[in-house]
Structure formats: structure tokens, C-alpha cells
Write a protein that binds this ligand. Sequence first.
Ligand code: MG
Length: 332
Amino acid sequence: MSALPSHTSPQSAALLGLAVGDALGVPVEFQSRAARRLDPVVHMRAFGTHNQPAGTWSDDASLTFCLAESLCRGYNLEDIAQRFIWWYDQAYWTPHGHVFDVGVATAEAIRRLREGTSPQAAGGTTEYDNGNGSLMRILPLLFAVQHLPVEERFKRVREVSSITHAHARSVLACFIYLETARELAAGRAKHEAYAHMQQTVNTFLSATGIVSEAERNRFHRILENPYGAYDIRPLSTYQRAEISSSGYVLHTLEAALWCLLRYESYAETVLAAVNLGDDTDTTGAVTGGLAGLCYGLADVPADWLSVLARRADIEDLAYRLATAQQADASCG
Ligand SMILES: [Mg+2]
């Protein structure tokens, strides 16, 4: 027996935190860091890159909500894939009834799904298929795996990433992100959460060898793993110029974790992410999900939430997701 999930649940903090970060970045997507230095984003802007009203979130949040909606009904890869197709073809879970942005790898995978390829085989598998398109939408999976053993958490992260992004680098990025989110959702302060994530991930990778050493070493700035002749410094000590914010999955993950560790409120953290420039909506979304979990919904500025597109629908989705997990836990 436990209380009903409230609107301040981790689910609502995660989903709204991610959507607000996305929406802050949408008007300045593709603009440079130099442009942001001259004209930093400090509030929810309108128009800009995609000519949308203030509070408009993009494909990042749409695909996140598709995944969350599916997880409300249990864990089913075919159902998740079907909702991605509905998003692309029928504007399902869009802010204003149309799709205005989609990543190349995601569009190709959805085309393969539509033609009958299974979700297990639809995602790109080459080194060039490592944009941030699965990282930006993976967060709701946290609530379906957080109480499972680590092997099972990794397996499900791999399955859900692989619907669009099947390369080991995208999978490991999603796994590190969700392990960090899991620690924050458990109530740990961010530096402790980050250290726990490093410990869990490094132990799991060493014990299983499930990811090649070469691939694991790509994450040396995050994991501080002792392999190779790398300069091992804590990520939080890197300078801004050492952090990239392109659409490459590793850059997005590093940027999000760096912002989380360096800044001390939801607003500071997501604005720092957006003001890194370039892939601003996705860096904002990925960072915003973690910052929401870290600081809670009460720390998200009310005037940003008040203009967020479909806020009530997102709150309802978060409530249903929390309720589904409670039902799941009481059945299991
Ligand atoms: Mg986007």
C-alpha cells in the first residue's frame, strides 16, 4: 500500500524537465556558441530557428512521450515502434499537430519499421549512426527498469535504443544516462549520484565485457576508467571550451553531465546547456531531464512551465506512467 503518485512525482519532474529544456533550445537550434555568448538565452523565447511559439518542444520530447505512453501499457518493443511511426506519419504526441524536425537516423529507422522491419533490426548499426537520437528519448525507460538487476537494465536500454540507434556507443551512452538518472531518482545528491553511476557502470562493463574496450574508452572522460593512456580528470573540472555540443551522442552526454555537475539549480543548469550552442534543443532536453530529477519540479521556473505546450497532457502522462509502475511493482 502506498499513496497515489502526485504531480510532483519523479515522472513529472523528468518529463516536464526534459520538455522545458527542449523548448528553451528550439528557437536557437543550430546557432553557434559564439552567438549565445553575445545573446544568451535567459527565458522561454518564441520563433527563431523553427518559427514556433514559445514553449514549443520538438522531436526529442515527442519521442520521449511516445516511449512513456507505451510504457504505461507495459514493456513492448513493437508498441514503442508503432508510436514512433504514428508520431512521424500522424503527428501523434506533437505540440501543435505537426512534425517540424526529425533526425536522419531516426527517419531512416522509422521508414524501415513502416516497411515491416522488426524493432530489433530497424536501428542503424554503423559508427556513423551515433547521433543523439536515442539518448534524447530514453529517459522514461528509467521508470520501467529502475528496480531490475543491472544486466536486465542494460538489456532493455539496448533494446529500446536499438529501435533507431543500435551501435554500442549509442547504447552505452543511453545506459550511462539512465544509470545517472536512476541515482538521482533515488534521491542522491548529484555528485554522489554521479560517483555511484561510475561505480555501477565500470563494475558491470568489467565483469561482463559486453562492450569492447575500445568502445568503452570513448567514454573515458565520463567513466574515468583506468584503461589506456588518458588524461583522467573529473568531468566537472573541464573548461567550457573542452565540452562540445554537437549532435554526436557522446558530445551530448558529456555536455549534459558537465552542466549537471557544474551548476546548482534547474534554471542555471538547463540555460548553461542551451547556451553551449549548436544542438541546443537536444542538449537542453537531455540535461533538463536530469536537472528535473535532481532539483524537482518545484525548482522549474513557473513562467517556463506556464507557456509549455500541452503541459496538462504531459502531467497526465506522467501521472499515468507513475501509476503504471506502482501497479507493476505491486504485481511483481
Ligand atoms: Mg529536436
